[in-house]
Design a protein around this ligand. Structure first.
Ligand SMILES: [Mg+2]
Length: 365
């Protein structure tokens, strides 16, 4: 996770950066079920770097129980940033928060936003050096519900132009979930790509039984059917060559890319910048897994507009990115500021302003 080099390579040696942070709480439209219980708000810290010319870089740390450090540990890490900056610049500051992934996400994003803004280039081009990208494909995410509610939600997503839906399963019996998927396929037709995310809920036998039906229903991806620890189990499911790709999400954090590859446990991995320590870390992982023949999928952890927009830029910096879990703004009842990312026909329109392209987020602005 050592990736500070890119971030401060072109930084002038004689400037000083001022770091500051503000706590926030954003109510969710609906309570979010997590491994640590339901939460009804996303709480975290908006961070800001200001250089000697007054150029600003924004970042966001939004800890999520089970995926990142706690809110208290995150704040304690952020407290270390300014002294470390004064002592040793950005590299030292990143090192000071290296073990707190949400805090590191915030700082590295603020540094990247600052650099891209100084270079008058959109963040994704600063990250990837790639071509102009207008949009990145996104998936709709559909939570638990009756078969009728699930298929209706998928139909609405289809009407809005989404070409990929991810269905959350595992909160009801396997048969009931398979019925939901069956009704959904019938409702949206063959064109819609369907993914299924079990969030570790199934036993091996259940997953094996499910695979047959999922293959029949032309489900493209089965995400994290088994507990994160079950690396061999995922490899065994994948070895069945059902035609359904196996994706790891929770399992990636637990095992890392090397171990996943060694046993052949995944066709795709879900990269969550907030849980990995930043979009710079996620970008390197994406390049690495792509080289190994694994598909990267970028997903937010239901973050505020600053982190979400960072994830959109990250996705835009990765060549041939498949639909990503970036359409999560509507899960929040309020936000840190105006959303610069429009959703259009199942794609996120990538901001072309310099840096992240977010403004009006700092409380005293
Ligand atoms: Mg997942």
């Amino acid at each position: 996770m050592n990736s500070d080099r890119d971030l401060d390579a072109d930084r002038g040696a004689d400037d000083t950066l001022e770091f500051d942070y503000q706590p926030f709480s954003l109510a969710l439209e609906e309570p979010l079920e997590t491994a640590a219980g339901p939460i009804d708000a996303r709480e975290g810290f908006l961070v800001r770097l200001v250089d000697i010319d007054g150029t600003i870089g924004y970042g966001e740390a939004t800890p999520l129980p089970g995926w990142t450090e706690s809110e208290a540990d995150c704040e304690a890490a952020l407290e270390r940033v300014q002294p470390a900056l004064e002592e040793g610049g950005p590299s030292a500051a990143l090192e000071a928060v290296d073990q707190q992934v949400a805090a590191r996400h915030a700082l590295s994003l603020a540094l990247a936003d600052l650099q891209a803004t100084r270079q008058s280039t959109p963040l994704y081009r600063y990250l990837g050096n790639g071509p102009m990208i207008g949009r990145v494909p996104v998936n709709a995410t559909i939570g638990d519900g009756s078969p009728a509610a699930t298929s209706a939600a998928a139909r609405r997503a289809s009407d809005r132009g989404f070409s990929c839906c991810k269905l959350k399963v595992g909160l009801r019996s396997l048969e009931a979930d398979l019925e939901r998927i069956r009704e959904t396929r019938a409702a949206v037709g063959e064109e819609m790509a369907l993914r299924v995310d079990a969030n570790e809920a199934w036993s091996y036998d259940e997953a094996e039984r499910a695979l047959e039906t999922l293959a029949d229903l032309d489900v493209a991806v089965l995400e994290q059917p088994l507990p994160a620890g079950a690396l061999e189990g995922h490899a065994d499911l994948r070895a069945q060559q059902s035609g359904v790709d196996i994706a790891l999400d929770e399992g990636l954090l637990e095992h890392g890319v090397d171990n996943i590859c060694e046993v052949g446990a995944a066709d795709a991995v879900v990269l969550k910048p907030m849980a990995l320590g930043g979009i710079d870390v996620a970008r390197k992982l994406a390049a690495w897994v792509t080289e190994l023949g694994i598909t990267p999928i970028i997903t937010t952890t239901i973050d505020g507009v600053v982190a979400r927009t960072g994830a959109v830029h990250l996705a835009a910096a990765i060549p041939d990115i498949p639909p990503c879990g970036l359409a999560t703004a509507e899960l929040l009842a309020e936000d840190l500021g105006r959303d610069p990312v429009l959703l259009e026909k199942g794609a996120a329109v990538v901001p072309q302003a310099k840096g992240l392209g977010v403004d009006g987020v700092w409380a005293d602005e």
